[in-house]
Design a protein. Structure first.
Length: 501
């Protein structure tokens, strides 16, 4: 029982400790075992915390016996306990995959460093989600960001360095905006505890410093979210990062940033102010439509498969922010659902693409780009890989029977509740654009002849295939049984909407 009381702290401490231990051993094998064990233990703890919140409600864990608001508090409710399951679960699946994929993508002498950075990235993302302290949130954001820059730069393609540098610049600007916004809040409220901040923000929210804090945090977090048009760092980062890094970031990084945006909008400032007294809903609606339509349209014309699905991620983020703009239980619930459903589907797609890249790669050369010319006729050589990518693509489209359909259905319900039938048409058009880019993969992999000289009959290694298919099966499962995803998301939305200032 004593250990159970400290699960919130262990959630972050275990991956945090694993990173320096991986560095101390300086060998790939021990580093892999340590960080993977920490990830799986964190996943088990996340499930236990989710069940605990489900049974008894809010969990408050003061750090170092300093009671909030004076000390740092870890605070768990329905929303962030749900997010912990996504982040830790993706790490637990990606790490076993990474052991096989980085053999072909990262020099062997850097493997222990890769595991250490992934452990730090996991620490930062889990910390952002679980902390109840505004400055602590910023610190964990920087921990995850700095480790992410290193992970992206580890790719053998020289363009990975440029992608990491571009992300570093954009991420640093975003972080600066966030810490300025948090500074304004601290100066005006005298506290950094998010729960303690709520009644104090209600007094100063309409003041110039309060509005400045909201503006700085909105822009800063939107850069981390890659909300259109602040998405310029994302396509290169996902395209040139090692396959396991692309999958982990696509499934978690932008999702955690979106969580931070939801937390500030609905908990700290309160949706009655953010969406009721400011023109933010209309502004967010316009940006969401641009993301859904233009980013998906740009994806259709990409020749690199990883880049195509990177632009797809920008479009899918548009669905999430569209749901937030409705400021309703169904709209916010759809957003939270899509955070999870898209994370699982997109993680699966990038893992499976990484398996295809692994078969094209030699240990001495940089991994070749998965262009449509290279993947022509790939279904004959890698039927399980290609079928998995198609199923993941069906979830991005929102085909019934997949997780993506569930969240899009609730998004449509939210639009109809608001009487905005034209938005139902916009969601349908953006889904048709998703059909177009998924069809490009189907046409190349199933209906084109393979390029001359390519070996046939070699499926992806099972160590790379199984993690991707586990996520595909999860996508299908959550498309049929919505008790976990829809139940948790709608409960969280019920707690968030009109419950703040």
């Amino acid at each position: 029982m004593a250990l159970a009381q400290h699960l919130p702290a262990l959630q972050v401490i275990l991956p945090l400790i694993s990173a320096p231990l991986a560095i101390l051993f300086r060998r790939a094998g021990p580093a892999f075992l340590i960080v993977t064990a920490a990830a799986w233990l964190s996943f088990a703890i996340a499930i236990a915390l989710f069940l605990q919140v489900d049974a008894s409600g809010l969990i408050s864990y003061p750090m170092g016996n300093w009671q909030p608001p004076w000390g740092i508090e870890y605070r768990l409710d329905r929303l962030n306990s749900f997010m912990l399951v996504l982040v830790s679960g993706m790490a637990a699946i990606v790490l076993p995959y990474a052991r096989g994929s980085i053999e072909r993508e990262i020099p062997h002498e850097s493997h222990y460093m890769f595991y250490a950075m992934l452990g730090l990235c996991l620490t930062g993302l889990l910390g952002i989600v679980i902390t109840g302290d505004a400055f602590n949130l910023f610190v964990f954001l920087e921990v995850s960001s700095l480790s992410t820059y290193v992970l992206i730069a580890m790719g053998r393609d020289r363009r990975a360095l440029t992608a990491a540098y571009q992300y570093l610049i954009m991420g640093s600007i975003g972080a600066t905006f966030i810490v300025i916004g948090i500074g304004f809040l601290y100066l005006m409220t005298g506290t950094l505890n998010l729960a303690d901040m709520v009644p104090r923000v209600a007094v100063i929210e309409s003041s110039r410093p309060g509005l400045a804090a909201l503006a700085f945090i909105s822009v800063g977090v939107s850069l981390k979210v890659a909300l259109f048009p602040l998405h310029q760092w994302l396509p290169n980062a996902y395209t040139y990062a090692p396959s396991s890094v692309s999958a982990f970031l696509a499934a978690t990084a932008t999702k955690v940033a979106l969580y931070a945006l939801i937390r500030f909008y609905f908990t700290v400032f309160g949706d009655n102010f953010v969406f009721g007294k400011l023109p933010l809903p209309e502004f967010m609606l316009i940006l969401s439509l641009f993301a859904m339509l233009f980013a998906n349209a740009i994806a259709i014309f990409q020749d690199n498969l990883k880049r195509l699905f990177a632009y797809s991620s920008v479009g899918q983020i548009g669905y999430i922010t569209l749901g937030l703009s409705f400021d309703s239980v169904h709209g916010v619930g759809a957003s939270i659902m899509h955070l999870f459903n898209h994370g699982v589907a997109k993680g699966a797609i990038f893992l499976l693409i990484g398996g295809a890249v692994a078969r094209m790669t030699t240990r001495q050369a940089a991994p070749p780009a998965p262009t449509f010319e290279r993947i022509a006729g790939l279904s004959k050589a890698m039927p399980l890989t290609c079928f998995g990518v198609v199923l993941g693509g069906l979830s991005l489209i929102g085909v019934p029977g997949t997780a993506g359909f569930v969240s899009k259905w609730y998004l449509v319900l939210a639009a109809m509740e608001k009487g905005q039938w034209w938005l139902v048409g916009a969601i349908l058009v953006s889904s048709l654009l998703a059909v177009a880019y998924v069809w490009r993969f189907v046409e190349a992999a199933y209906f084109r002849a393979p390029p001359a000289g390519r070996e046939t009959g070699k499926e992806a290694p099972f160590a790379l295939l199984i993690p991707g298919w586990l996520l595909i099966l999860a996508t299908l499962w959550f498309g049929l049984d919505t008790s976990f995803t829809a139940g948790a998301a709608l409960d969280a939305a019920q707690q968030l909407v009109h419950s703040g200032n």
